[in-house]
Design a protein around this ligand. Structure first.
Ligand code: HEC
Length: 194
């Protein structure tokens, strides 16, 4: 255990020396990120139509991932680094019953959104965060690129209601537990539920 922790420590140092961005912005458009299902998964909020008079703004499950280098930085410093990308993959509400009971179970992938914190790319956005969607209007496909939304469309609500630097960490226990611990991702390492 000691050896493996030391090894990860060296790995983190190596990453810091060579900070990598997990996205490409060309001519003001974000290229559709790839490979994010291999990143760090932080949670799945769902705001189903049934509980919102049939008119939820985002009626599907939202599987949320953070890029691995930003996760390492978050654990070390307790902040989102310049260059953070967080993905929100939309998944339809599929079945509402299972042998375990009634509920909201994940159906199919139906969309993709992202937010990026970058002084270089978003010098004038509140908190340097920009917001993107790759979902087509019919949710049947994804676009190759996306332009950032105007701050009023996305950024403003995040600024007003998100718990930690525009990110809704109040709904992501993985992020809350990892924040600034300086440790290998917990879960099973201690007897605490954190
Ligand atoms: C009315 C408030 C509101 C608006 C407007 C809004 N969001 Fe969010 N967003 C949320 C909430 C609440 C969450 C977390 C819970 C959830 O996913 O339902 C979230 C989560 C996210 C996440 C995951 C990372 C995070 O910050 O928690 C992304 C990415 C995201 N939204 C993108 C967008 C985009 C793109 C737009 C504009 C098209 C947008 N949001 C507009 C409230 C909002």
């Amino acid at each position: 255990m000691f050896l493996s922790l030391a090894f990860v420590g060296v790995g983190l140092l190596a990453m810091k020396a060579n900070a990598e961005e997990y996205f490409t912005i060309q001519d003001g458009e974000l290229q559709r990120p790839t490979g994010y299902r291999e990143w760090v998964y932080v949670g799945t909020p769902v705001t189903p139509n049934d509980m919102n008079n049939g008119k939820a703004a985002f009626p599907e499950h939202h599987n949320v991932y953070i890029d691995p280098e930003s996760w390492a930085y978050w654990k070390d410093k307790g902040e989102f680094r310049d260059g953070t990308i967080i993905i929100k993959e939309l998944v339809s509400v599929g079945s509402k019953t299972a042998v375990s009971g009634n509920g909201y179970f994940q159906g199919e992938f139906i969309g993709l959104e992202a937010t990026i914190k970058s002084k270089k790319h978003n010098p004038n956005e509140p908190g340097n965060w920009s917001y993107y969607s790759f979902s087509t209007p019919d949710h049947a496909a994804l676009t190759d690129t996306a332009k950032a939304f105007a701050a009023a469309a996305c950024n403003a609500c995040h600024q007003a209601a998100a718990a930690d630097d525009f990110v809704f960490t109040q709904y992501y226990p993985v992020l809350r537990a990892g924040k600034g611990t300086g440790q290998v991702a917990t879960g099973g390492f201690t007897s605490s539920l954190k």
